[in-house]
Ligand binder design. Sequence first.
Ligand code: ZN
Ligand code: ZN
Length: 97
Amino acid sequence: MSAPWSALPFQDDGSLQCWMVGLIIGALVLVLAILMAYQRYVAGKKPVQHLCDYCGHMVTAVSDCHHAPVRERFLHGTCMECKQDCRLVCARCKNPL
Ligand SMILES: [Zn+2]
Ligand SMILES: [Zn+2]
């Protein structure tokens, strides 16, 4: 039986190649899953740093309503104090980020 990968410089052992291809794909998927889990872990643990245009420091964002920590979304966040939608402001100078 001539498999499409018979041109590859491997021995013509279809089952071994199937097994290796499956192993490589499985390893790639596993690495991707670990990377995504690690990114989520880091993003959840470490507060995101923003460069503030006003004071020029790398700062954490706080909510504009209570100056409390926020759960950050894209360009806005959820105030951890009142659980309302809020804007992100600089933790140092309270200017919008
Ligand atoms: Zn600032
Ligand atoms: Zn609030």
